[in-house]
Write a protein that binds this ligand. Sequence first.
Ligand SMILES: C[S@@+](CC[C@H](N)C(=O)[O-])C[C@H]1O[C@@H](n2cnc3c(N)ncnc32)[C@H](O)[C@@H]1O
Length: 313
Amino acid sequence: MTEQGLFDTISLSDGITAVKELPSTSVHLILSDIPYGIGTDKWDVLHDNTNSAFLGSSPAQIKAGAVFKRRGKPLNGWSEADRRIPAEYQRWCESFAGEWLRILKPGGSAVVFAGRRFSHRCIVAFEDAGFTFKDSLAWLRETAPHRAQRLSVIFNRRGDTENGDKWSGWRVGNLRPKFEPILWFVKPYIIGTTIADNVIAQGVGAFNENAFIAYEHSPDNVLQSGFAPGEAGRHITQKPVKLLKALIELTTLEGQVILDPFCGSGSTLVAAKALGRRYIGFDNDESCVTEAKRRLADNMFESQLSAAPAVTP
Ligand SMILES: C[S@@+](CC[C@H](N)C(=O)[O-])C[C@H]1O[C@@H](n2cnc3c(N)ncnc32)[C@H](O)[C@@H]1O
């Protein structure tokens, strides 16, 4: 395929294998909400642990039914196999980090949404592959489900009211997960060049503060852009187009190439198209690819496809 034929496409492909086919130094930005490795959805299970309890299908969990499902996430550390999951996630990140480095232009960014629990594994994998870890940004979500189970409910269900009273107010799990880390990596400049020289030669390497402020109202590394009315509900881990547009304008110019190898419902690609960037998207789930193509063809969320939103004084 010619380089031109790669652009403005979304393909039903394994995103790890497909990236190996892309030419070296052909991409200005990789912006991807990669699997976090914490869920029980098939696409998010990146470990070898077939422990039925971890995957939510042990006899006890099936019996617990809605109670278990409401919690949504399996407990950690139930078995030795559970405890190997973080290292297995790192190996999964290592399986593509080097290819991402190869296809990016020097000074180009890889901006990665990663889960709070395993993002450190992603950072180590990318650093070891040769990336510079530039910063950890935070995206503040407007809402987040709080699924921590009440300890007293567990004891009371067992008929242990003494412990039910003693542990009233205590929970199993985590505080409300209101932020998600966004990891910002950069491919190092060619040795001997300056940032300014790199920007001229490669078109990337600095960041556009003015464009970013038009979305986020400040140059802070805590981002708050949310969904437009009617936008959400296309993917279980969907990200707002406005947020992705802020990150695209932060790091690229019009006409540059943006890749999302795990594109889900295509939010990154919709944002890229809206901003006049060229895009390449992969997902190995047919329904995601269909939805992404539909969003791109429909120019959905017309209000979001316009240029940067007006800054409120
Ligand atoms: C976190 S979701 C991305 C959702 C996206 N941010 C959105 O707004 O719709 C990750 C996606 O990666 C896809 N995926 C997982 N493993 C993959 C692989 N090896 N190759 C391609 N896609 C993969 C899943 O199907 C899922 O849609």
